[in-house]
Design a protein around this ligand. Structure first.
Ligand code: SAM
Length: 274
């Protein structure tokens, strides 16, 4: 039984780190109209209404996208990212797009997408949103297995986003075993993995397992509070395997600005290549 609904969290600080990273990486990989498959293992509903009950419960978007809408003098890459969010949302600030809509807006005509979502309500909405776009397949099946069945893709180029809810602790093991299998079959894919900062020991274990795989990568973390092991999410991280060579420098420029814009003096970031 799936209880997680992304609509409670859409547009929060964690979405900003995840979607900005996706935007930067997809921007690099879609510069040329070369074949590419985008795989979203945990796609969500695709679009969220920030003025509706779920979002209004904790108003998490106030820690994320709203701060970017309110900020002045945005660095150019953030300003471009916000412009994309606005255009995908038809300029409505009460709408916030999920990862499938962001990727859809960036992919070229010759590139395709495979989206996996298990929750029936979110799946239904996602199918409606993506209807008519022949580049896209929406599947109501398990995203971990879906990824393994797709790699190596016929295009020989893939951008993969793994964004589980971590509502079952097994997700921590599953993301590692799935990445390991996927990299064995297709070592040159670009893999993005999101994780919450809740328990630092768990993150250290996750980093250890992933770095031992021997695939080059980096991780970026953005926190709005100091770690409080076990007492709620204080930030989040992205692991990128086979990152575009420009990504580390881009994040080095943007993370300090984001940390201070989203969280003032409580904000912090980490960026490390491995
Ligand atoms: N990636 C989305 C975005 O950035 O907009 C948000 C995804 S949300 C964090 C995680 C989603 O994964 C939920 O909608 C949940 O229903 C779905 N889910 C959970 N387990 C899954 C699985 N094994 N395969 C596919 N989807 C799953």
């Amino acid at each position: 039984m799936l209880s997680y609904r992304h609509s409670f969290h859409a547009g929060n600080h964690a979405d900003i780190l995840k979607h900005l990273t996706l935007y930067l990486v997809a921007g690099y990989l879609t510069r040329k109209d070369k074949p590419l498959v985008y795989v979203d293992t945990h796609a969500g509903a695709g679009m969220y209404q920030l003025n509706q009950k779920h979002s209004q419960q904790n108003k998490e978007y106030l820690t994320g996208i709203q701060k970017l809408y309110d900020a002045e003098n945005l660095p150019p890459m953030i300003s471009d990212f916000v412009a994309l969010i606005r255009s995908v949302s038809d300029q409505h600030e009460h709408l916030y797009p999920g990862s499938p809509m962001i990727a859809q807006a960036m992919l070229t005509a010759g590139q395709r997408m495979m989206l996996h979502e298990l929750h029936p309500t979110d799946l239904h909405q996602l199918k409606q949103l993506m209807e008519g776009d022949r580049r896209i397949r929406v599947l109501g099946t398990d995203g971990y297995q879906g990824l393994i069945s797709i790699v190596p893709p016929k295009e020989r180029r893939a951008l993969v986003l793994i964004d589980p809810p971590y509502e079952i602790k097994r997700d921590y093991d599953l993301v590692c075993s799935t990445l390991e299998k996927a990299c064995k079959r297709f070592g040159s894919g670009v893999y993005l993995l999101w994780y919450p900062i809740v328990d630092r020991q768990r993150i250290d274990a996750l980093h250890g397992k992933i770095t031992r795989m021997g695939v080059p990568g980096l991780y970026a973390e953005l926190s709005i509070e100091a770690d409080q092991s076990g007492y709620g999410m204080t930030g989040s991280g992205m692991i990128v395997l086979n990152p575009p060579y420009v990504l580390e420098q881009q994040l080095q420029t943007l993370l300090p600005w984001l940390a201070s814009t989203l969280a003032g003096t409580s904000g912090s970031y980490q960026l490390k290549a491995f």
